[in-house]
Ligand binder design. Structure first.
Ligand SMILES: Cc1cc2nc3c(=O)[nH]c(=O)nc-3n(C[C@H](O)[C@H](O)[C@H](O)COP(=O)(O)O)c2cc1C
Length: 310
């Protein structure tokens, strides 16, 4: 059983050290371990070209056209049974380099897209997408910050697990943690996170989230998009729509069966999303053929050119 630790922090800093502490826990639990630093790699931004999705949906395997170390990283991640990812908190959320990984996962690793494109490839005799993307996996996150500005980081981290539908075991935030390397209580938490993740990786099918309950009973998120005029709320992470209320002094989020089926981290919700995207992409292809569309593109292109550094 393999556990991969990934740090998005500075060399030998808090994130490197806490990932290594978690890996020590995983090692003691019988895991084979490996450690990767994101800043050792060349990871480019997703440019939004959607070549990966076009490749997936035309039975060509779904590879990204960018030439960098992302394929190498993805291969390592898909090879592991469990992943520990730790990111410094930047501007209340995960660091930009962590967002990059999330974007590069994007539609290309989405479980529904992989199921659909596997079928297309089988029917057309094309290239199968990486079948390891259909395998369940466990993942735990740590977000380490120098203050208590940290409200977006859990959600940013959990988004990484959403595309491939990996099971999150823990999603911990360490606030006021500039000196975390000498804070034994937090170090023990990281070690336990590694142990728990490795235990979960031994029995992935039955792996469950064991972290803080959060507010969303489905995905445990604390983040909601609230309506100013009603109790209507949307979970920022799983996308379930429902209502918030206060019961016995506690915030509760309630939704019906219908809401659960549309959640963005279950296959039924992902298929609905894939259908919507297919419909809209088809519409765009049609609209792009029109003179009106071409004229409008020309209008904006000719209006002003982007200034660039010399
Ligand atoms: C650009 C930048 C933004 C930051 N924003 C936050 C923040 O919003 N909240 C927070 O708690 N810490 C913030 N920090 C502090 C880092 O999270 C902290 O230094 C980090 O845990 C260091 O990790 P490392 O030692 O692994 O590199 C910020 C640091 C930088 C450089």
């Amino acid at each position: 059983m393999k556990v991969l630790g990934i740090s998005a922090g500075t060399k030998d800093g808090s994130n490197d050290s806490l990932v290594k502490e978690a890996l020590m826990g995983a090692l003691e639990t019988g895991a084979e371990i490996e450690f990767i630093r994101l800043f050792d790699l060349d990871i480019k931004h997703c440019t939004g070209c959607i070549a990966c999705v076009m490749s997936l949906m035309s039975g060509r395997g779904g590879k990204c056209v960018l030439k960098d170390d992302f394929e190498w990283l993805l291969d390592k991640m898909l090879d592991a049974d469990g992943i520990i990812l730790s990111s410094p908190i930047f501007e209340k959320g995960a660091a930009g380099i962590t967002h990059n990984i999330c974007d590069r996962f994007g539609p290309r690793t989405d479980r529904a897209h992989i199921v659909i494109s596997t079928k297309i490839a089988e029917e057309t005799g094309g290239a199968l997408p990486d079948q390891r993307l259909l395998k369940d996996k466990v993942i735990s996150f740590m977000g380490i910050g120098g203050s208590d500005w940290s409200t977006r980081v859990e959600c940013d981290h959990a988004m990484i697990a959403m595309s491939p539908m990996w099971t999150i075991v823990e999603n911990i935030v360490f606030q006021w943690s500039k000196t975390i390397i000498v804070e034994d209580e937090k170090i023990a938490k990281a070690n336990a996170l590694g142990r728990n993740l490795a235990e979960a990786a031994k029995d992935i099918e039955n792996a469950k989230y064991i972290g803080a309950p959060g507010v969303c009973p489905h995905c445990h998120s604390h983040e909601f998009y609230l309506s100013p005029n009603s109790t209507h709320a949307i979970c920022c992470l799983c996308g379930i729509e429902g209502d918030v209320a206060v019961e016995d002094g506690k915030t509760v989020f309630k939704f019906g069966e219908d809401g659960f089926g549309k959640a963005h981290n279950v296959l039924s919700g992902k298929f609905l999303h894939a259908d919507d995207i297919k419909h809209n992409e088809g519409r765009l292809i049609e609209v792009k053929k029109s003179e009106d569309y071409k004229n409008r593109v020309r209008k904006y292109r000719d209006f002003i050119q982007a200034t660039k550094p010399n």
